[in-house]
Write a protein that binds this ligand. Structure first.
Ligand code: ADP
Ligand code: MG
Length: 278
């Protein structure tokens, strides 16, 4: 079976830009992966995200979603239904005066009848945990609530993939956790997640990392593999998750653990094991 999404030698250049924003990128994404996309500002992450659902079209190469090319005009609508996007600023995603109407507005283009539309709103509001917010005015919600409403709206279209472009970066720690837990839950349910993020604690939860540098894919792999390359990551301006940072500090003082620990829980467990062997 072919990959859910495949980019084949994709290059993209913005009008009036001197450089390519993305250069000859070839990468495949399988169903139910959780990809974290990392890299400095300007490295091409958002460009990559926008190419996935045809918001941008490649200048060279092709982007295929379930074998449909984003360049085929008649397929762009099906591709947009398959690949939803959640953006950074939750305030830019609302058009209606209540959450319910906002969700309904998003579904209008799908050509569903009224009752199916209402069923979907009920179902996905409940799934995302925003049922109590349906009659609220979007601008009164917290940042985390706004992002979850945006996610419910996307989920109601029943996409295969959701691309999050720094969707948690404007949120406070509580909002960030709410959205993170929602992303993890959707992944559990089989949604393919592609999350552009600067949050390394989020990145460690992904199944694969793609690290961009100057419009190219510089490193990719499982979090365990990627985060063990400390020097290379520093070259690309990437910080390390807290537990790995701490592990490096421990190594400096002569405490070496047998494996790279991605989370605090893992690190604590390893330290206990080490301690109990003494
Ligand atoms: P990131 O999301 O990693 O910060 P982007 O994909 O937004 O990076 O940008 C990649 C490159 O393309 C950068 O050099 C950026 O300045 C340039 N760029 C992004 N958007 C535009 C635009 N609308 N017009 C011209 N250049 C752009
Ligand atoms: Mg960006």
């Amino acid at each position: 079976m072919s990959a859910l999404i495949s980019l084949n030698g994709v290059s993209y250049q913005y009008e009036q830009a001197k450089e390519y924003a993305l250069k000859e990128l070839t990468v495949k994404i399988e169903a139910n992966e959780w990809i974290a996309v990392l890299g400095r500002n300007g490295s091409g992450k958002s460009t990559f995200g926008r190419l996935l659902n045809g918001l941008l079209l490649p200048i060279e190469g092709s982007v295929l979603v379930s074998d449909l090319s984003t360049k085929d005009e008649q397929d762009v609508w099906s591709i947009r239904k398959k690949v939803g996007m959640v953006f950074q600023n939750p305030d830019h995603q609302f058009v209606a005066t209540t959450v319910r109407d906002d969700l309904a507005f998003g579904l209008e283009n799908l050509g569903l009848d009224r009752s199916t539309m209402e069923e979907r709103i009920t179902e996905y509001a409940s799934l995302i945990g925003i049922t109590h917010l349906l009659e609220a005015e979007p601008h009164r919600l917290s940042g985390g609530q706004k992002q979850r409403v945006a996610i419910a709206g996307i989920m109601a279209m029943e996409p295969d993939v959701i691309v999050f472009d720094e969707a948690t970066s404007m949120l406070d720690p509580i909002g960030r956790k709410e959205v993170m837990d929602t992303i993890a839950m959707l992944h559990q349910r089989g949604v393919t997640i592609i999350s552009i993020t600067h949050d390394m604690e989020e990145a460690v939860r992904a199944s694969r990392l793609l690290l961009f540098h100057d419009g190219e894919l510089a490193i990719q792999g499982r979090p365990q593999e990627v985060f063990s390359q400390k020097e290379r990551l520093a070259e690309f301006g990437l910080s390390l998750p807290f537990s790995i940072e701490l592990q490096h500090e421990l190594e400096k003082s002569g405490i070496t653990l047998p494996k790279t620990c991605l989370t605090e829980e893992e690190l604590v467990a390893e330290l206990w094991t080490l301690y109990s062997m003494k």
